[in-house]
Structure formats: C-alpha cells, structure tokens
Design a binder for this molecule. Structure first.
Ligand SMILES: NC(=O)c1ccc[n+]([C@@H]2O[C@H](COP(=O)([O-])OP(=O)(O)OC[C@H]3O[C@@H](n4cnc5c(N)ncnc54)[C@H](OP(=O)(O)O)[C@@H]3O)[C@@H](O)[C@H]2O)c1
Length: 120
C-alpha cells in the first residue's frame, strides 16, 4: 500500500494510540493512521497477536520504526497510565487516542432483547 505521509520529520510526525488494535476494527484504524503518516502505538492483551499485528502494519509502510506495540489490559488503570507514559516517552507526544478496546455485547434479535427486559 502506498504511504501518504504529510509529515517530513519525526518531530512533525503525529502520534496515534489505538487500544485493542491486534485485530478487528482497532487494527484497521491503526493501519489507516500508519498509512496516513502517523507514528502508531498499538495495544492488546495477547502479546503474540499484537506482535503479528505490528508486523502486518509495518509491512505496509516504509519506516517500520514508527509502529510500536505495547501489550497490556486497559481495564487496569495502572496499565492505562503506563501505556500513555510509554507512548509519550517513545514519541514525545500524543495527538490521537482511539479508545477502541472492548468486547461486543450480547447479540440477539431485537424482539428477543425486548422480551428479556420485559418490554412489550
Ligand atoms: N464489531 C462490531 O460489530 C462492533 C459493533 C459495535 C461496537 N464494537 C466495539 O468496537 C470495538 C472493537 O470491536 P471488534 O469487533 O474489532 O473487536 P475484536 O475483533 O474482538 O478486537 C478487539 C481488540 O481489543 C483487544 N482487547 C479486548 N479487551 C482488551 C483489554 N481489556 N485491553 C486491551 N485490549 C483489549 C483485543 O485483543 P486481546 O483480546 O488480545 O486483548 C483485540 O485486539 C469493541 O470495543 C467493540 O465493543 C464492535
């Protein structure tokens, strides 16, 4: 994929942190930011999957050094603090935080959900 970088140096480069980005929507968002020229911090709990995601995203840009993976469970406050501190330490700034990590809720037909909560 063609890199569409608008930033000429590391100091000018914008930084995006995307939680829950080893797969799914978060990974797609991280890839978009990488292709737009951002440095990107990706995060998820499973380290192996996160490493693989970092490789996949790095393969689509010229300078792989601007994709950094920081594993951790962001339901834990100290992990969130450490994630943000590590991102700032690595890149000196954060321009965008995509708080994507999460799990899908219960998926049912609407009338089944209405029945479940006693709605008529
Ligand atoms: N897909 C949909 O139709 C849909 C609809 C509405 C809303 N959403 C929301 O959109 C977000 C992404 O959905 P998705 O379908 O892309 O989900 P997904 O494919 O299951 O991916 C979820 C990502 O979040 C990570 N994650 C989960 N819990 C985490 C935690 N506590 N700390 C850090 N990382 C965590 C997962 O990796 P690990 O498991 O390794 O941590 C994974 O990278 C979720 O918040 C979901 O609720 C999705």
């Amino acid at each position: 994929m063609q890199e569409k970088s608008n930033f000429s140096s590391n100091n000018e480069r914008r930084v995006a942190v995307v939680t829950g980005s080893s797969k799914g929507i978060g990974k797609a968002i991280a890839l978009e930011f990488a292709n737009a020229g951002y440095s990107v911090v990706i995060n998820a709990r499973n380290e192996e999957e996160l490493k693989q995601a970092a490789k996949d995203i790095s393969n689509s840009i010229e300078d792989a050094g601007r994709i950094v993976s920081i594993p951790g469970d962001i339901s834990q406050e100290p992990v969130c603090i450490s994630l943000i501190e590590s991102a700032v330490k690595q890149f000196g700034r954060i321009d965008v935080l995509v708080n994507n990590a999460g799990i899908g809720g219960e998926s049912k037909k609407i009338y089944e959900l209405q029945k479940k909560i006693g709605m008529k």
